[in-house]
Design a protein around this ligand. Structure first.
Ligand SMILES: *[C@@H]1O[C@H](CO)[C@@H](O)[C@H](O)[C@H]1NC(C)=O
Ligand SMILES: *[C@@H]1O[C@H](CO)[C@@H](O)[C@H](O)[C@H]1NC(C)=O
Ligand SMILES: *[C@@H]1O[C@H](CO)[C@@H](O)[C@H](O)[C@H]1NC(C)=O
Ligand SMILES: *[C@@H]1O[C@H](CO)[C@@H](O)[C@H](O)[C@H]1NC(C)=O
Ligand SMILES: *[C@@H]1O[C@H](CO)[C@@H](O)[C@H](O)[C@H]1NC(C)=O
Length: 495
């Protein structure tokens, strides 16, 4: 079919129905020279298995400026580099945000960027967390200069509910042009108040002018217990769309509840052990590009990995409405769910009926094999088409029930789906392209993301990896004009 240029809707329909092939995947290998070294490997919680260290990536509303953020290899300081939107080569010198410990989220503006990171508070700060534990913070830079800096935890932030710090953010940053608001969703540990010593999560909003704003029904000082994965995406007004995986047995669409109350929307039952739930949104260094909005529509798509759920029992500690489940499989498969708006799941919720064998019948699976799947992400081409990606390990060894697995890397997969989440063709497999930073819809309709070109060894733990690079790669997948954002010029683009 390729090469046939027919100016009819039928040809567009045929093209959409086709498999993604190598010709849809464009690599920009090692095009970005980094001014500082970057360690591309982050060891996972509990297992020490290798994860890609996230490099947040964002494109401005006018499509003309793109930025990538990365943690310095010394593990302190975040560098934000502007890149050319066509070549992905560096433009200008990087901005260094000193003291940052994690590149936790990035928003690009036409005149600069905003960065979510965590850092120790200045010494002598009254009521700062003990032992220099980092505190979440949002920076805004305009034309290369810092415009404001706003703490999202620490002294003075929701003081009555207890003070929070973030040793690991594992969260995300989103911005709504319509609302003029940044939203940040991240992991916290409290160091005062009722939850002192416990881990949970928080959602905070910041206005365009840098003021932290507390919005009833949107801001949250404490949400999901031991958050084991976040998915967060912008909306036209607060609350933004949010999902959490918790350590009690479920994944919740919690846009309305902001936490894990049982009147929330239960997306999935997951087996939880030792505070893990199978790294559904990527575990350490994950929690980005898991939830994506279909362009300007109200609809969203969510991708995660799961071992399935069976034999539901009551979670007696949490009480009625909460369940425990056994994992159905040894390995993890890729699941998706669709939302008609930020509060509403399409189809059935996950059951909370105690005694039920089938605790995962609501799930739409994209894979059903014995390979272990991880690092799932979703992005959208426009109103009517999405892209889901994941990595696979063949013959996986899964030593820990609610964590990751190890074994031979078997490729990164890219599956196109339609607006109902139905598979379009078969997935494209790549063994030299990975997804290691935000998947962004570019102005030309393609979905692009950063990664480090390297041998990807998933066979063993990598405690304290000292790997380092000064070269960043990018890859893009395009549908050659079939992207529904550009339906009008699709025929020309296809030609
Ligand atoms: C997409 O366009 C590129 C050139 O721009 C071409 O090489 C490739 O074959 C096209 N792919 C498809 C699926 O039409
Ligand atoms: C900043 O924005 C917030 C929210 O819109 C507003 O309440 C506040 O007055 C503004 N502050 C300044 C100094 O303009
Ligand atoms: C996407 O859908 C929304 C409504 O759901 C509509 O307002 C918008 O125009 C659509 N965009 C495109 C490019 O079709
Ligand atoms: C998780 O599954 C394992 C068996 O695979 C089981 O022993 C454990 O009790 C389950 N956890 C919960 C919280 O039900
Ligand atoms: C549950 O997962 C663990 C670890 O991956 C595995 O050992 C066990 O066999 C799985 N249970 C089932 C029923 O597959």
């Amino acid at each position: 079919m390729r090469g046939v240029v027919a100016f009819s809707l039928l040809s567009v329909a045929l093209r959409v129905a086709a498999d993604l092939t190598e010709s849809n995947l464009h690599r920009y290998t090692e095009v970005l020279a980094l001014q500082s070294s970057f360690n591309p490997i982050k060891e996972a919680y509990w297992t020490g298995y290798p994860h890609h260290r996230r490099t947040p990536f964002a494109v401005s509303p006018d499509g003309k400026s793109a930025y990538i953020a990365y943690l310095d290899a010394s593990e302190t300081d975040i560098h934000v580099q502007q890149v050319d939107v066509s070549t992905f080569e560096a433009t200008g010198t990087a901005v260094t945000v000193s003291g940052g410990k994690e590149a936790g989220g990035l928003v690009a503006h036409n005149d600069g960027f905003a960065l979510l990171t965590n850092e120790a508070m200045p010494s002598g700060t009254t009521n700062a967390p003990p032992s220099n534990t980092p505190v979440p913070v949002l920076y805004r830079y305009t034309d290369g200069k810092q415009t404001w800096k706003t703490w999202l935890g620490g002294p003075g932030v929701h003081e009555a509910d207890g003070l929070s710090a973030s040793p690991d953010l594992n969260g995300d940053l989103a911005y709504s042009e319509q609302a003029g608001l940044y939203g940040a969703y991240f992991v916290i540990t409290d160091y005062s108040g009722d939850a002192a010593g416990h881990f949970g999560d928080s959602i905070q909003y910041v206005a365009d002018n840098g003021t932290l704003v507390t919005i009833a029904g949107a801001s949250s000082s404490w949400g999901c217990s031991h958050n084991t994965g976040i998915a967060f995406e912008s909306a036209d007004e607060p609350p933004f769309a949010s999902i959490c995986a918790e350590d009690q047995g479920a994944i919740w669409l919690n846009t309305k509840t902001l936490g894990m109350s049982s009147d929330g929307v239960k997306i999935s039952n997951e087996n939880t052990t030792n505070g893990g739930s199978g790294e559904p949104m990527g575990g350490m260094s994950g929690s980005y590009s898991a939830l994506a909005r279909f362009a300007e529509s109200s609809r969203y798509i969510f991708a995660w990995v799961s071992r399935g759920a069976m034999d539901l029992t009551e979670n007696t500690w949490m009480g009625s409405g909460y369940t425990h489940a056994l994992n159905r499989t040894n390995n993890r498969n890729v699941a998706i769910s669709l939302f008609s708006d930020k509060y509403t799941m399409v189809g059935k919720q996950a059951t909370s009926e105690v005694g039920v064998e089938d605790g995962d019948s609501q799930i739409t699976w994209l894979t059903e094999g014995a390979n272990d799947c991880s690092n799932a992400h979703a992005a959208t081409f426009g109103n009517n088409s999405g892209l889901v990606t994941w990595e696979e390990i063949s013959d996986p060894i899964c030593d820990f029930v609610a964590m990751g697995c190890r074994g031979q890397f078997a490729g990164t997969f890219f599956q196109q789906v339609d607006s109902d989440g139905k598979k379009v063709g078969t997935p494209l497999k790549s063994t030299d392209t990975f997804v290691a930073g935000d998947m962004v819809t570019m102005a030309d309709g393609r979905i692009c993301w950063p990664y480090v070109s390297m041998d990807w060894d998933l066979s063993q733990a990598v405690y304290a990896s000292t790997s380092s690079t000064t070269k960043m790669s990018f890859a893009c997948i395009g549908l050659n004009g079939t992207s529904t954002t550009r339906m009008a010029d699709s025929c020309m683009a296809a030609a």
